[in-house]
Design a protein around this ligand. Structure first.
Ligand code: NAD
Length: 437
């Protein structure tokens, strides 16, 4: 079986490599010639644990190839996946569909024999039908079906998520298309992964509803954390106490600086816009979006008050820049909102992140980037922990105290033990814990 993956980014590259691991012949196509050159030379343009080995092994086995030429990649392919970006459109928050529609036009030009065209990108309800129209307009003769197959992998554990998903969602309208998808996912079917077959619109909506629900869970516990601080409760105990109820579940109840990343912010916003246009407003998600935006701004206030009300001329050591550990993805990371505000307030920001600094340098050139956590902390007036990389969890409170110029720590991920931090002589602020202040 042969498939084409259009877009060799976080989703396309991981999905392509995993399908090739299943024994499928995969051609990954990307417009970015540099990216394709790197991949052809065996270099991986993104940081994702395990991906390098998977790409190398399947490349060697001849099952995984890279190209900028869609037409030749499509020869003999049974399915073509669209895994290009769908960022927020500037100004109105709708998903920008230009990359998806462009890919559809390019596919149309190269169709040869029955082909299943699969949208793996996160696309608003109605997109599958629109893709179908675009292709039909260009190629009234072509034999094809459009299928929606949203991706649920998480950056940082993407390979495991793809290989052992909770479910696979397939929105398809013909038995012929469903059969192709079943064959493609056969290895997962054999390990009894639930397959949810639906129509196109339902499948498209499932992805947005899932991400919006998860964003709601995070925002819920963040607001509960703020309340905990006011009333002397501990948010971790509240999270455990409610999460052990099977109807609620323990995951996604960890408080922090507000959700970020390449999916939740744009997907919640796009769903809000879709719902407004459909005249079925989603008030809960509207509030989640507003609460999360306000939260990121409020985090700056925490640093200011930990530093005695102002940061002018003070050195802030920032550990972690990416929106979560084990990725180099900086898109919509809380750091992109928090650091510029600290700089505006006159702080000197010295940051370290194990994987995110190449990208961060392009987005925040005013920040001073350091070679290690210790270098960032040396002599600083405050330590601000933004991303819970394992190497930051392992820092010894006494060592932190010895290196910092002033013993002030603001931990927005609650990775340290408040009693140990205070025991080491540090003034410690965390989130939603009564002794964290
Ligand atoms: P990305 O920006 O990492 O990758 C997109 C790639 O597509 C880029 O390399 C770009 O050059 C390429 N591209 C754009 N137009 C093209 C075209 N016409 N032909 C060939 N290549 C083209 O994006 P991503 O993070 O992989 O996200 C892709 C989609 O998957 C989005 O809709 C996103 O919402 C969704 N998604 C992402 C994640 C995630 O964790 N990143 C998880 C689930 C779903």
């Amino acid at each position: 079986m042969k498939v084409v993956m259009i877009g060799a980014g976080y989703v396309g590259l991981v999905s392509g490599a995993c399908f090739s691991e299943f024994g499928v012949e995969v051609a990954c196509v990307d417009k970015d010639a540099n990216r394709i050159r790197e991949l052809t030379e065996g270099r991986i343009p993104i940081y994702e644990p395990g991906l390098e080995d998977l790409v190398r092994d399947n490349g060697k086995a001849g099952r995984l190839t890279f190209s900028t030429d869609l037409a030749s990649a499509m020869v003999g392919a049974e399915a073509v996946f669209i895994a290009v970006g769908t960022p927020s459109r500037r100004g109105d928050g709708h998903a920008d569909m230009s990359y998806v529609f462009q890919a559809a036009r390019e596919i149309a030009a190269s169709l040869d024999g029955y082909t299943v065209i699969v949208t793996k990108s996160t696309v608003p309800v109605g997109t599958g039908r629109r893709v179908s129209e675009i292709i039909r307009d260009i190629r009234p003769d072509a034999e094809f079906d459009v299928v929606s197959n949203p991706e649920f992998l998480r950056e940082g554990s993407a390979i495991n998520d793809f290989m052992r998903p909770d479910r696979i969602v397939i929105g398809a309208e013909t038995e012929r298309a469903r059969a192709v998808m079943r064959r493609l996912y056969r290895p997962l079917y054999l390990i009894e992964t639930p397959m949810v077959f639906t129509g196109l619109e339902t499948s498209e909506l499932i992805k947005y509803a899932a991400n919006s629900f998860l964003a709601t869970k995070i925002t819920f516990i963040n607001e509960i954390a703020d309340l905990c601080e006011k009333v002397g409760a501990d948010v971790h105990d509240v999270a455990r106490g409610i999460g052990l109820d099977g109807r609620i579940g323990r995951k996604f109840l960890h408080p922090g600086p507000g959700y970020g990343g390449s999916c939740f912010p744009k997907d919640t916003l796009a769903l809000v816009r879709t719902a407004q246009e459909a005249d079925a407003p989603l008030r809960i998600i509207e509030t989640v979006v507003a609460s999360n935006d306000a939260r990121k701004a409020a985090m700056v206030g925490r640093v200011l008050s930990a530093c005695g009300g102002n940061v002018r001329g003070k050195a802030i050591a920032v550990l972690g820049l990416t929106f979560k550990p084990n990725t180099d993805d900086m898109r919509d990371s809380p750091s992109l909102m928090i650091l510029p505000r600290l700089l505006e307030q006159g702080a000197k920001v010295r940051a370290f992140d194990p994987e995110g600094m190449n990208e961060a340098r392009k987005l925040m050139p005013e920040v001073e980037y350091c070679g290690s956590a210790e270098e960032a902390m040396a002599g600083a007036d405050c330590l601000l922990l933004l991303t819970e990389w394992n190497e930051f969890r392992a820092l010894d409170p006494r060592r932190i105290k010895a290196i910092l110029g002033k013993p002030v720590v603001v931990d927005l991920r609650n990775v340290y033990n408040p009693a140990e931090m205070r025991g080491a002589g540090l003034t410690y602020t965390s989130i939603g814990r009564p002794n964290g202040h």
